[in-house]
Design a protein around this ligand. Structure first.
Ligand code: SF4
Length: 361
């Protein structure tokens, strides 16, 4: 059994551990500062701690839950980090540079796309993460640790988080919220909750639960179909929670929260890109006062779906805009954070024989 990672320990839990160890409480602030702000690579580097405490920390904790194995991409584009976990599994995080198209803000902020599970049980037909099924939930140290590791590796501050990487975040809600507590603490990265967006394929009970959560976290819905008929072709979850139930949960969300919802819509040729879908989507988005992000599909190895022509994507967007909906369309291919999340991990685990090759590969 691996020792717990210190990135999963709250200030309060560390205070209790220090008390038990007979150490003064102020050591907790020092330790968290070394871990989260100075981002040291060893307990020995915590030079204002007594040697005995450093050694005791090293015996009791791992400094990180993740070990970096690969980076794809470069600093001026999207960078994808692959991390190995203590049990030999892999997860990815994606660092996206200034991205004004995302959420419609003029912004020079860096956004990190964070994974919440190894694999995913929800089986959306266009998604690499669902291809090999579900392995396990990430624990809070593995979720929060991705942010710290991305800052260490890039040397840059991460300003926004989107929980849109591998996994269905709301299926791991307790660990996710524990990670949010860690990341937003003034003793750690002190990220504002309103810079965090949780994306879900539509887990209705958890949307309602999150709506009651006191922090002002944002919500994005992976909608990808405006009617049951279209949505359930590509998102099996729609059979459990059809669009009417999903939209009722979003009305409830709006009754509890102030920020605008975002509806994510991957455009797949011949599947969900009919212009009638745009008109129905526009009606829902207007009623919910939500923004719509249109994402032309990016090819996933082993899957046959195609991206619609750019002109068709623009026509789809224009129907939304003409109906008064705030809609963005990302035509550039570098920011493929949605459908392509999970591909790097799938390749690595397949090569190592941890999972069987995906169908059609
Ligand atoms: S899109 Fe999200 S919920 Fe659907 S299979 Fe992929 S990771 Fe899971």
């Amino acid at each position: 059994m691996a020792a717990p990672a210190i990135t999963g320990i709250t200030h309060e839990a560390l205070a209790a551990w220090l008390k038990e160890a007979g150490e003064p409480a102020f050591r907790g602030d020092q330790i968290l500062e070394w871990v989260w702000k100075k981002k040291v690579q060893s307990f020995d580097a915590m030079t204002n701690l007594p040697a005995a405490l450093r050694s005791r920390l090293a015996d009791s904790f791992r400094l990180s839950a993740l070990s970096h194995t690969q980076t794809q991409g470069s600093a001026d584009t999207t960078r994808k980090f692959l991390f190995r976990l203590h049990d030999g599994r892999y997860v990815e995080s994606v660092l996206i540079p200034a991205n004004p198209a995302l959420y419609g803000e003029q912004s020079d902020r860096r956004t990190l796309c964070v994974s919440s599970q190894v694999g995913c049980a929800y089986g959306c037909k266009f998604c690499a993460s669902g291809l090999a099924g579900f392995t396990r939930n990430l624990d809070p140290s593995e979720i929060a640790g991705q942010v710290l590791a991305a800052e260490q590796l890039s040397g840059e501050r991460v300003d926004n988080l989107v929980f849109m990487g591998m996994g269905e975040p709301l299926a791991n809600l307790d660990h996710l919220l524990a990670a949010v507590t860690l990341i937003t603490s003034s003793k750690t990265l002190h990220l504002g909750a309103r810079h965090l967006t949780i994306s879900t394929s539509g887990l209705v009970p958890q949307i309602r639960q999150l709506a009651e959560h006191p922090q002002q976290i944002r919500l994005a819905i992976s909608l990808h179909g405006a009617t049951d008929e279209v949505r359930q072709q590509i998102m099996p979850i729609n059979r459990k929670w059809p669009v009417a139930e999903l939209f009722a949960a979003l009305d409830f969300w709006n009754s509890r929260k102030n920020q605008k919802l975002t509806l994510e819509y991957i455009l797949i040729a011949g599947v969900n890109d009919a212009l009638e879908q745009a008109a129905i989507l526009a009606r829902h988005a207007r009623r919910l006062h939500s923004k719509v992000n249109l994402i032309p599909y990016n090819t996933v190895d082993g899957l046959d779906w195609k991206r619609p022509p750019d002109a068709h994507c623009r026509a789809f967007r224009d129907i939304l805009k003409n109906a008064g909906v705030s809609a963005t369309l990302r035509l550039e291919k570098g920011h493929d954070i949605d459908a392509a999340c999970g591909q790097l991990r799938l390749k690595q685990e397949t090569e190592e024989g941890i999972i069987a090759p995906a169908p059609g590969r």
